[in-house]
Design a protein around this ligand. Structure first.
Ligand code: OXD
Ligand code: MN
Length: 605
């Protein structure tokens, strides 16, 4: 039975049902009983495998088709009336053509299936930030994941009232045919259509499609920002908390940074990190002139491989209850899950992510095809499981930002950390970000590409206009209270290709410096051609027993090395940025960013 009288919702459901012709329509009210029954049905059909309820209470494993394991950037379209508005780095299709194409694909595709109507909110219902979506889908897996990742329930429909607007999402699994897979965004219609996939990033429409692509477009028009950023709080021994948002490309450690456990001597003093979010931040200017951020999600869709007790204890703990694992290995000895990096010892009896017995004797770290779990295997875990979840997670106002951090995977050139001279220079640094590609999207991994603000795959409009929006936002913030902007690079390598900085919990040491620069206990910094770099002595490396390799130990010399700014390399980087602006972003690059580029070039001469 329909759960609302909102005519726009009813019309949307009716129109899509007429197209896809499901046998049944089920409205998701988010009740425990309904979710439980759906889990049972999915276990019966084999869509989910129930895991050991003692070790992993109410947890399940799902395997996608082998052709459907990551976001498909080349099949993801922004469908604006004018091609220009989608910009030069988005794939574009004419909206009429995109509707026709996907309608043809979806026509009758739900025959014999059920169409679920999922009312959900991104953000806490009732907060100024919150926006409501309706996702229609023929996948129980999607319903159950959406129920973890977003706030699902009848109260979302109630919040819409009789004629409130919402983001329309339509997902049809069809035959999971990669050649007919399309993830279409119609920002001018607040609509998303996804066909022929069942992978999270393509089908959990509240996440990348709505909370980033559609929301970034809304944000531009309404004066706020939707960013691919984690949000964390650093709580000091005196109980005060300072918040930071950080943008890193997919699978570059946002979840790890958001949940880090500080080194022991920080813990002993009483420091802790609180996680507000690990992937998306919606940011507004508050009445007080500061920037305030919320995490619009309700769960974590984290990358499993590499997650373990040491690398991210809090993420691992988050997966112990009510979690759906996708494309990890099944340990048949005890019906638990496994992935590369979870434990040092390899389990002897596993079924790999494709459903075949796995031979640990053939496992070769360097050969991804021998892995038991897919490199982009995931866990979908409720945020409330996270031991370090922020007390402000459910806050309607969000948290005030002291700093914004950008970062990517760069083997050389970019120092461990540096600070922008001012807001516009910070925007320049974000716009110039490059990073090596990862398994989160299909295509080659390890290839250096431009990924401005980590939003290359997620900005729902022209990237040049997106830069201009950042500049505009800087004008709305009280200059005295604007977050300071930084860039970090945890991935710098030595001549032998070893990572120099230990990363993980030790990133706390860099966060501490960043927050000092934001006014806590001000420290000086060195002015360099690219911005302010720390004096090595100001980064606490005490009790750091990390070995870069067997030969070297991390020390002040190693720190100085990864803080160096090589003018020649940066002159080349400036040329590269100029090429990117000229050839890719072209005429819509704001003048403020050209000015910053000129300064960089001059500084590197
Ligand atoms: C993600 C991604 O899943 O960025 O968060 O791909
Ligand atoms: Mn992401």
């Amino acid at each position: 039975m329909a759960l609302t009288k909102n005519k726009k919702v009813l019309d949307f459901v009716a129109e899509r049902a007429e197209l896809a012709q499901p046998d049944k329509i089920v409205w998701i009210d988010g009740s425990e009983n309904q979710i439980k029954a759906l889990k049972e049905e999915a276990v019966k059909s084999g869509e989910l495998i129930k895991l050991n309820d003692i070790h992993l209470q109410d947890c399940y494993l799902h395997r996608t088709k082998v052709n459907d394991v990551a976001r498909v950037e080349d099949r993801t379209f922004i469908c604006t009336k004018n091609k220009e508005d989608a910009g030069p780095i988005n794939y574009w299709m004419d909206p009429r053509q995109a509707y026709e194409l996907t309608n043809e694909i979806a026509r009758g595709s739900m025959k014999g299936r059920t169409m679920y109507v999922i009312p959900y909110s991104m953000g806490v219902v009732g907060s100024d930030f919150a926006k409501i979506g309706i996702e229609l889908t023929d996948s129980i897996y999607v319903v159950l994941n959406m129920n973890i990742m977003t706030r699902v329930g009848k109260n979302c429909l109630d919040a819409l009232g009789k004629d409130g607007d919402f983001i329309k999402g339509f997902h049809a699994k069809c035959d999971v045919d990669a050649d007919k897979r399309y993830i279409m965004h119609f920002p001018e219609d607040n609509t998303i259509v996804s066909v022929n996939s069942a992978y999270g990033g393509n089908v959990l429409l509240g996440k990348k499609c709505f909370a980033l692509r559609i929301a970034s477009f809304l944000g531009k028009n309404e004066g706020w920002m939707a960013e691919h950023m984690l949000i964390l709080g650093v709580t000091y021994p005196n109980g005060e908390t300072k918040y930071v948002a950080a943008a890193f490309p997919s699978a570059c450690g946002k979840t790890n940074l958001a949940m880090l456990i500080p080194p022991k001597h920080y813990l002993d003093k009483g420091y802790k990190i609180e996680c507000v979010g690990d992937d998306i931040a919606w940011i507004r200017v508050g009445k007080d002139g500061r920037l305030w951020a919320v995490n619009p999600e309700n769960g974590f869709f984290g990358v499993a491989p590499g997650t373990n007790e040491h690398s991210n204890y809090n993420a691992l703990q988050s997966t112990k209850r009510g979690t759906i694992f996708t494309n990890v290995a099944l340990n048949t000895d005890d019906m638990t899950v496994w992935w590369e990096g979870l434990t040092k010892e390899l389990p002897q009896n596993c079924i790999d992510w494709t459903g075949k017995p796995w031979n640990p004797a053939k496992y070769d770290k360097k050969d991804k095809s021998t892995c038991s779990a897919h490199p982009n295997s995931r866990f979908t875990a409720p945020a409330t499981n996270c031991p370090c979840l922020s007390r402000k997670f459910d806050s309607k106002e969000g948290v005030p930002l002291s700093a914004i951090i950008f970062g990517g995977r760069r083997a050389s050139t970019t120092p461990l950390v540096y600070q922008a001279r001012d807001w516009n220079h910070g925007v320049f640094i974000g716009s110039a970000m490059s990073s090596e590609t990862t398994a989160a999207a299909t295509g080659a991994t390890g290839v250096l590409r431009h990924d401005p603000m980590a939003m290359k795959p997620f900005a729902g409009y022209h990237m040049g206009d997106y830069f201009a929006h950042w500049i505009e936002m800087g004008k709305k913030v009280d200059p005295e209270k604007a977050p300071k902007i930084f860039n970090v690079n945890w991935f710098r390598q030595d001549d032998e290709g070893n990572f120099v900085w230990p990363g993980f919990g030790d990133n706390m040491r860099v966060l501490e410096w960043i927050l000092k620069r934001c006014g806590d206990t001000p420290v000086d910094a060195v002015e360099t051609p690219i911005g302010y770099v720390p004096n090595a002595e100001d980064i606490d490396i005490s009790e750091l027993d990390y070995n870069i390799s067997d030969k070297k130990k991390f020390d002040i010399k190693a720190l100085k090395e990864i803080l160096t700014v090589d003018k020649e390399k940066w002159a080349k980087e400036a040329e590269e940025i100029e090429g990117y602006y000229n050839n890719t972003i072209q005429s819509r690059v704001p003048q403020e960013l050209w000015d910053c580029l000129e300064t960089l070039k001059k500084n590197c001469k």
